[in-house]
Ligand binder design. Structure first.
Ligand code: 13P
Length: 251
């Protein structure tokens, strides 16, 4: 049995004070002993305070991005070692917003994955098709390509530190979610694809999260599917009560 994971991607929301308020609410309301791994990803400037705030809790902190180089003259960028150095344990890579608005390519993501793993960060790797791909019935092919281009160079041991997050672009922030059956169908395909390349010990252990308009009222049904190991939550992660309800739906 794989553990369930619920991660909140706060995107470019919540200033320092709002971050502290939301974290306090989560600390008070989240079940302390839930058998669910909980991760939150606030904005870069609030990561250090979030780590300190959550020190004696079961909530881990992720970054939403990082640069692929170890260090150097890259004005405005943040390295994996900097994240690791302040106690951030994981990093979201390949989110569709970064692919679409910041031109992140499969090759770049491959480099980011390598740098993150080298610096002992757990990688939450996002991928998923656009509506046009699903309409053209090429969504399986596209997802396989996204996985192979950025992750198939990894060694078997690396997979202990990789979480997959299937996020169909048409379901992100739209209120339209994949049906539990669509999610299961794709997650089973993803697991099979990983198995064909890396074998069953990798494919049976890797967590595959679903992301895209997960809310308290649809979380339980989606999470109950056998190949769905939890969720990557956007909008609903910004409200403590909604996020707590989603975590409880994963228990
Ligand atoms: P929403 O839950 O707002 O659709 O966002 C999903 C997402 O992009 C998480 O990374």
């Amino acid at each position: 049995m794989r553990d369930k994971i619920v991660a909140g991607n706060w995107k470019m929301h919540k200033n320092a004070e709002e971050t502290e308020d939301l974290l306090n609410e989560l600390i008070n309301k989240l079940p302390a002993d839930a058998a669910v791994h909980i991760i939150v990803a606030p904005a870069f400037v609030n990561l250090a305070s979030a780590v300190q705030h959550l020190e004696y809790t079961n909530i881990n902190v992720a970054a939403q991005n990082m640069h692929q180089a170890e260090s150097g003259a890259f004005t405005g960028e943040i390295s994996a070692a900097m994240l690791n150095g302040i106690g951030v344990t994981s990093v979201i890579l390949g989110h569709s917003e970064r692919r679409a608005y910041f031109n992140e390519t499969p090759e770049l993501l491959k480099n980011k994955v390598d740098t993150a793993l080298k610096n002992n960060l757990l990688v939450i790797f996002c991928f998923g098709e656009e509506l046009k791909d699903r309409q053209a019935n090429s969504h399986f092919e596209l997802v396989e390509k996204q996985l192979s281009e950025s992750l198939f160079h990894l060694q078997e041991k690396d997979w202990a530190n990789v979480i997959l997050a299937y996020e169909p672009v048409w379901a992100i922030g739209t209120g339209e979610t994949a049906s539990p059956e669509q999610a299961q169908e794709m997650h089973a395909f993803i697991r099979k694809t990983v198995e064909e390349k890396f074998g069953p010990s990798v494919s049976q252990h890797v967590a595959i999260l679903y992301g895209g308009s997960v809310k308290p009222d649809n979380a339980k049904e989606i999470f109950s599917k056998p190949d769905v190991d939890g969720g990557l939550i956007g909008g609903a992660a910004l409200k403590a009560d909604d996020f707590v309800a989603i975590v409880e739906a994963a228990v």
